[in-house]
Design a protein around this ligand. Structure first.
Ligand code: FAD
Length: 475
């Protein structure tokens, strides 16, 4: 006998768990089922982001950046330390404990909101029935008023480089190395590849990044990408563009990676290979053949702009649907769907989604790049302010990079903001808010920013849009 319930959410990642909590806040009865199993076989909430993505990667980025600064910058501040040693086991223990704490926190949030969590596999049947098979083998069936599919994504595997999870690894494996590899190959110079490459480079690994595209960080504004490439080179990341991996062989504890570039066939001998070429939507055994939900040719669940699948009151959100694979994009979709289910107004503004790369310097942007504006034929003005002219950045010994604002030539509306420099991931929030409110460069010019702060870079870049910057030379 199926149990009646208002909402079943399949997946408790950053798209699914906010949907479940908001639906419960809206007074609905909610079950959220998640199949994630940690290394020890125990179920955990939070999906990729909390267990194997955003959170553990940021924990390691923070720790390794501290080590790097202690080694390279403290002396400039006049701080003399004895020898600085790495204790990787402690660093990894800290990472694991942050993950445990955060994933456990979702359990507490569920309890407080009245969401019933089930560890197990969910499958959508016909007529909004959901079959749940618990990790303990138990079976339940729900007759749901609404179903939210939030099954997320998994790493893309290269046929030429299949994971053995020992030497040829995915991003989750790469967060859990127990020793620093002597030489590391990262395949893919995207966000995840650059973050993981930075972590292990700072810990002493020799890192070669192979990127198939000829252009570095093609998704970013190219002025930003050029500066990023310069900074990464200075840090010793060996980034090779136009390098297409063709195969790999493992022998005597080493992996020999074959690739081709413009000079022909190449090989590279390394201790480990991290394959970070992207992620693909995960829908394995999620949909019964008669569920009615459609998958597109790239494996994404088909949805409209409101995340409706086309089957009445079945919705899909997060990495398993179109759009950028970002935790905050999934969260907004999950919350919006839960509000729509309750008959409330909801809207996701896909034009204003910030992106952050948590390297050092950090890289962040929102809105359109110069290249996108040019190809769309939109006339724009550009204002750039270097962190070298920021008193706060100088005080932080972190003056590399700049803030750049692009505004429409006719209306002055801000069209894009691109930051490379200290705390760019935090600073982009102001730009995102400005764009959400359709602010003009003049609005930012007239907003008082505390001195000395990194955020003054936004103020000055907005002034530079009209060649009125005070603290840097207008060009
Ligand atoms: C190394 C790394 C770093 C990242 N860093 C960032 C970052 O800094 N910022 C950012 O925004 N994004 C980051 N991401 C991306 C981010 O993790 C994803 O965009 C986000 O997790 C997607 O959320 P989701 O809820 O759609 O899917 P997921 O987080 O993948 O969660 C889906 C959940 O559904 C479960 N599930 C799947 N099928 C079923 C089923 N049939 N039954 C029950 N449960 C099921 C899965 O087990 C999983 O727990 C990172 C990713 C990686 C790998």
């Amino acid at each position: 006998m199926a149990e009646n319930i208002d909402v079943v959410v399949i997946g408790a990642g950053p798209a699914g768990y906010p949907a479940a909590i908001r639906a419960a806040q809206n007074g609905l009865s909610v079950v959220c089922v998640d199949s994630w199993k940690n290394r020890d076989g125990a179920g955990a909430l939070g999906g990729t982001c909390l267990n194997a993505g955003c959170i553990p990667s940021k924990a390691l980025l923070e720790s390794t950046e501290l080590l790097h600064r202690a080694q390279g910058e403290f002396a400039a501040h006049g701080i003399k330390l004895g020898s600085i040693a790495l204790d990787l086991a402690v660093m990894q223990k800290r990472r694991a404990s942050i993950v445990r704490n955060m994933t456990g926190g979702i359990g507490s949030l569920f309890k407080a909101a009245g969401v019933t969590a089930i560890f197990g596999h969910g499958k959508l049947l016909a007529d909004r029935h959901v079959q749940v098979t618990g990790h303990d083998g138990s079976r339940r069936e729900f007759a749901a008023g609404n179903v939210v599919l939030a099954s997320g994504s998994i790493p893309t595997e290269l046929p030429a480089l299949p994971f053995d999870h020992e030497r040829i690894v995915d991003s989750w494996d790469a967060l859990e190395f127990t020793a620093v590899p002597g030489k590391l190959c990262v395949v893919g110079a995207g966000v995840i590849g650059l973050e993981l490459g930075s972590v292990w480079r700072r810990l002493g690994a020799e890192v070669v990044v192979l990127e198939a595209l000829d252009r570095f960080l093609a998704i970013a504004d190219q002025q930003l990408a050029t500066e990023a490439a310069r900074q990464f080179k200075k840090q010793g990341l060996d980034i090779r563009l136009g390098a297409r991996v063709t195969g790999a062989t493992s022998a005597d504890g080493k992996v020999s990676v074959s690739y081709t570039d413009k000079s022909g066939a190449q090989t590279l001998s390394v201790d480990k290979v991290i394959v970070a070429v992207g992620r693909r939507p995960y829908t394995a055994d999620l949909l019964a053949p008669d569920s009615g939900v459609r998958i597109d040719e790239r494996g994404f669940i088909q949805v409209d702009a409101q995340c409706r699948t086309g089957v009445e009151r079945v919705w899909a959100v997060g990495d398993c649907v179109r759009g950028p694979m970002l935790a905050h994009k999934g969260k907004e979709e999950g919350v919006a769907v839960a509000d729509q289910i309750a008959g409330r107004y909801a809207h996701v503004n896909y034009d204003v989604i910030p992106s952050v790369i948590y390297t050092a310097p950090e890289i962040a942007w929102v809105g359109r790049t110069e290249e996108q504006l040019k190809s769309a034929g939109i006339a724009y003005k550009s204002g750039v302010f270097p962190f070298a002219a920021s008193g706060r950045a100088r005080a932080m010994e972190a003056a590399a990079g700049f803030t750049k604002i692009l505004a429409a030539s006719d209306t002055d509306t801000i069209l894009g903001v691109h930051i490379i420099g200290p705390m760019a991931g935090e600073l982009i929030a102001e730009a995102t808010l400005a764009m959400e409110f359709q602010a003009s460069a003049e609005d930012l010019q007239r907003t008082i920013h505390a001195h000395p702060t990194l955020a003054e870079g936004l103020h000055e870049a907005a002034l530079a849009v009209d060649k009125r910057a005070i603290d840097s030379i207008n060009r």
